[in-house]
Design a protein around this ligand. Structure first.
Ligand SMILES: C[S@@+](CC[C@H](N)C(=O)[O-])C[C@H]1O[C@@H](n2cnc3c(N)ncnc32)[C@H](O)[C@@H]1O
Length: 242
């Protein structure tokens, strides 16, 4: 796809390969940068998303694009029997595994290298699926969502936390100022990789959000689909049921 937003528009490598390499390279600084750039709010947003799943009492949970496992770890609040995290970046998984070991949660959380567009589990396997800031990095969003639908049990819940955009003009202006000037600067100073953070901003700006993303989920047969905007809409939680 020529119109895809890629980490490196001049590279012939596929989006998946470029995204994997980019996250491998920023993995040691990812958590620190996340905390600084979201001013610490991202942890609370994952907690809020997890709380939305409470009434469903999921026992087997899949965290897609798990990265350093923050969502998988937050899911422990649901007292699940099993949480599996998948990601294409082995370096992000490596950091996630260190955190899980520190928490002594290896008996519940397992991380493995896998692509969301070919999920290595059978149909109707998981009670719930979480995805934090992952979907906009998929090479083929439709294939990824079809795979998610396939491995989710009927009646199972999907919660997606993803960047979105404010609706009011002045909020848009402030957020744009912050993301175009401050975020790449912090990204360059801390991770020494301004390009990665430019991609993250560029992909966020071009990804469907709000009602447009709700419609995409509905097209993939998800039901009871809602969008909850967070902090002027800079991120949103999408909730859906199979
Ligand atoms: C911005 S990080 C988010 C990490 C974590 N979920 C969080 O909430 O902080 C995005 C992650 O998605 C992973 N990723 C991107 N495309 C993927 C795919 N097709 N399948 C699995 N993981 C993917 C990247 O390797 C990266 O670790």
């Amino acid at each position: 796809m020529n119109n895809q937003i890629l980490p490196n528009q001049n590279s012939a490598a596929s989006k998946s390969v470029q995204v994997e390499e980019m996250f491998d390279s920023i993995s040691p600084k990812y958590d620190l940068l996340n905390r600084i750039m979201t001013l610490g709010t991202d942890k609370g947003w994952r907690k809020k998303a997890i709380k939305m799943m409470e009434p469903y009492h999921p026992k087997t949970i899949l965290d897609i694009a798990t990265g350093t496992a923050d969502f998988a770890i937050a899911a422990l609040a649901l007292q699940p029997e099993k949480v599996i995290g998948i990601d294409i970046s082995t370096q992000m998984i490596e950091i996630g595994n260190q955190k899980i070991k520190k928490l002594n949660a290896h008996h519940i959380i397992t991380l493995q290298a896998a692509n969301s567009e070919a999920i290595p589990f059978e149909n109707n396997y998981f009670d719930a699926i979480t995805i934090g800031y992952g979907v906009r990095n998929f090479e083929n969003l439709e294939t990824g969502l079809q795979e998610i639908y396939r491995v989710l049990k009927p009646g199972g819940v999907l919660v997606i936390l993803e960047t979105s955009q404010p609706t009011s003009a002045w909020q848009k202006f402030c957020v744009s100022l912050y993301t175009t000037k401050i975020v790449p600067l912090i990204g360059r100073l801390i991770s020494n990789n301004a390009i990665a953070y430019q991609y993250l901003i560029h992909s966020a700006r071009n990804f469907p959000y709000g009602e447009a993303f709700v419609q995409i989920l509905k097209q993939q047969n998800f039901k009871s689909t809602t969008c909850t905007p967070l902090l002027f809409g800079v991120s949103s939680i999408y909730f859906a049921v199979k």
